[in-house]
Write a protein of this length. Sequence first.
Length: 173
Amino acid sequence: MVSRSGGQAQSSSGKSTNKFQSGFGWPSRSRFRLFVGEHEHSLDSKGRVVLPADYRALVVDKGFVMELDDCLGLWSEEGFKEVSAEIQRQRDAQQISITAYREFFSSVSDVKLDSAGRISLPRALLESKGFGSQVVVAGALTRVEIWPADRYQALQGTTDAKAEVAAAVRSFL
């Protein structure tokens, strides 16, 4: 296993006028976890992957997993409620079709952490994304992404991506 992580952090409680909380889509709750870093793990024959210790709080009771671009997205129950509320808002405003609404909710699976710190990923999701035996579990701020290792490595660290990140950071410093 290879890990590179800043771990998880929690914001301080209380009201804040921080532009990052109000202007960049931060969760509305006053305390939240941040998930950053990347970890390489093996996927066993039953579709189970060990979550890094600092990510386990995400699914201590229950988590939700679904396809997300070229990977699987994993949310806490609270985080998924926020995502669901936004999908519901978009449906109510007729920004998405009833078909897309149904597709969203029917494609989600719940997962639970076992005593070994693993979650079982649905076989259909693994097959749809072409997972092999090696995965990367990567923090994506308020969610965790689970990637086929080869696809993740191909997308990360490109010169274009690094330049884009650097430009984005410079734009608000």
